[in-house]
Design a protein around this ligand. Structure first.
Ligand code: ATP
Ligand code: MG
Length: 469
């Protein structure tokens, strides 16, 4: 070898050494039995061992046992044939943690062409593997979901279609993917898709909603739909994903329930009207303030309370509505109503309505509503009971501007009903004050007995202190 050739070799050796030390890939040189001969710094970092430690080990010692047989088979084939191979496998690091790597392995030959060593270039792909695993898990969830999960692009063509969608809409993934999203839209709401896509494109959000979709066989299905934008890696919206749940059964149950409630209401009202007619016929013509007129007014109060329950499907009614309904016979400006929103359960609506009816008729007969300018103030709020610390409704009926009041010498049906219904039906207490300036009635009723349904209408899990739906 000439002097120049020797200098060239030294230079290229130095160059190789620099690459070996600085490359972002790990590099390991091994004997044909897998013993490490040389490793670079990056390789040490990836596997978590120092260079001196590795030089006493074989690649078999740090390869995950599950990946080793396949790895060795490829290694032996390479030693026999000289052809390189790529492999993704796990190393067990010094601290016991796993690292996924992508290795490119090739042979090194002696000057005579004999295979003497192997060189492995290693890249840490743990992050990529983790992301792949997440994607795989997500794909498995989507595939096995009973919900129909589909995605569409901005051109409104279907891009993905899971098994749930096959079941719900009747089209196979093959049929659906690439087709326009309108294939599952009933003709009367075919624009819905445009509106959704426009909103997604504009960066807006589509509220979860209930709608209809068309099955391949032409029938319609009721679905609850959730729509989310799909972004590309640069954050641009490229489409929308949609999760639809079949709610046909629930819709049918609701329809039946409405039918039954309607029928029941009709019957109850018929019964009340019949009782009213029987009373009228039995007692003769209505004389104002007569027993018959009082009875009739009470029956009407009952009918009004039932009206309230019908509006809310026998589930509940807001206290504001109950009060307004009970006070509807009186001039609006003579009754001031103010209170926290409280949703009253079906079973408490009637007792409350009856109490308010008796208070109203008494005010009209003897109190503030019996004169022009007299006023009733009805105020309530929710507070914690000073005795039980549980939430209670405090309701105050206060009359002002009526004739001077004296303490009555007798109790009629009204007072007895107010007391009995408050205590036995609602488990509360009531204090009446026949103050000279106006009658005052103070109620305290446990919130739970107003808001919880006990065997009447669909039970609600917890007290509802909210505006009724
Ligand atoms: N808001 C009121 N203002 C003034 N006095 C009242 C008021 N409410 C009741 N009273 C007095 O209390 C009495 C008892 O009332 P209560 O409602 O128990 O019986 P009633 O109204 O006389 O008869 P019923 O309710 O049986 O038709 C009344 O007769 C009246 O003297
Ligand atoms: Mg009365």
């Amino acid at each position: 070898m000439g002097a120049n050739a020797g200098a060239g070799l030294t230079q290229s050796n130095a160059w190789l050494k620099a690459i070996f030390a600085q490359t972002t890939g790990g590099i390991a040189l091994t004997d044909l039995d897998g013993s490490f001969v040389t490793v670079n710094q990056r390789y040490c970092e990836i596997v978590g061992y120092s260079e001196p430690e590795l030089l006493k080990m074989r690649m078999q010692d740090i390869t995950h046992p599950e990946d080793l047989p396949g790895n060795l088979a490829q290694f032996h084939r390479m030693v026999e044939t000289g052809s390189s191979f790529d492999i993704e496998k796990r190393y067990i690091r010094r601290d016991g943690t796993l690292v996924w790597v992508s290795n490119s392995v090739s042979v090194i030959r002696s000057d005579s062409g004999k295979i003497t060593q192997a060189v492995t270039v290693t890249i840490d792909v743990t992050e990529r593997k983790r992301a792949q695993e997440e994607v795989r898990q997500l794909a498995a969830i989507i595939a096995s979901s009973d919900d129909a999960i589909i995605s569409i692009d901005l051109g409104m063509n279907i891009r993905s279609w899971n098994r749930g969608a096959e079941k719900l809409y009747g089209y196979s993934a093959e049929e659906a993917i690439g087709s326009p999203a309108t294939i599952i839209l009933p003709t009367d709401i075919v624009d819905e898709e445009n509106i959704i896509i426009d909103s997604i494109k504009a960066g807006g959000h589509v509220q979860p909603h209930e709608t209809r979709r068309r099955h391949k066989n032409g029938t319609e299905v009721h679905v609850s739909l959730r729509v989310s934008p799909v972004y590309d890696e640069n954050g641009y919206v490229v489409g929308a994903s949609k999760i639809a749940r079949d709610i046909s059964e629930r819709k049918e149950a609701e329809r039946l329930q409405n039918l039954l409630v309607g029928e029941l209401t009709h019957r109850v009202k018929n019964v009340l009207a019949t009782v009213n007619a029987v009373v009228r016929q039995t007692l003769g013509p209505v004389v104002p303030d007569s027993q018959e007129a009082v009875l009739q007014a009470r029956l009407e109060a009952l009918a009004r309370a039932y009206d309230l329950l019908t509006i809310s499907n026998w589930e509940n009614a807001s206290l504001h509505d109950i009060v307004r309904k009970a006070m509807s016979p009186y001039r609006e400006d003579s009754v001031q109503i103010e209170g926290d929103p409280v949703c009253v359960s079906a079973r408490a609506v009637l007792p409350l309505s009856l109490i308010l009816h008796e208070l109203g008729t008494n005010a009209a007969k003897y109190g503030a509503l019996s004169v022009d300018g007299g006023q009733v103030f009805l105020r309530w709020f929710v507070a914690n009971s000073s005795e039980t610390a549980k939430p209670v409704l405090k309701l105050l009926w206060e009359e002002r501007g009526g004739p001077a009041v004296t303490v009555p010498s007798r109790q009629g049906f009204g007072s007895r009903l107010i007391k009995a219904v408050t205590t036995s039906e609602l488990g509360g207490c009531v204090v009446a004050d026949y103050a000279h300036t106006g009658f005052v009635c103070d109620f305290e009723i446990a919130l739970s007995s107003l808001t919880l349904n006990h065997g009447f209408g669909p039970a609600k899990g917890s007290p509802i202190v909210d505006v009724c739906q």
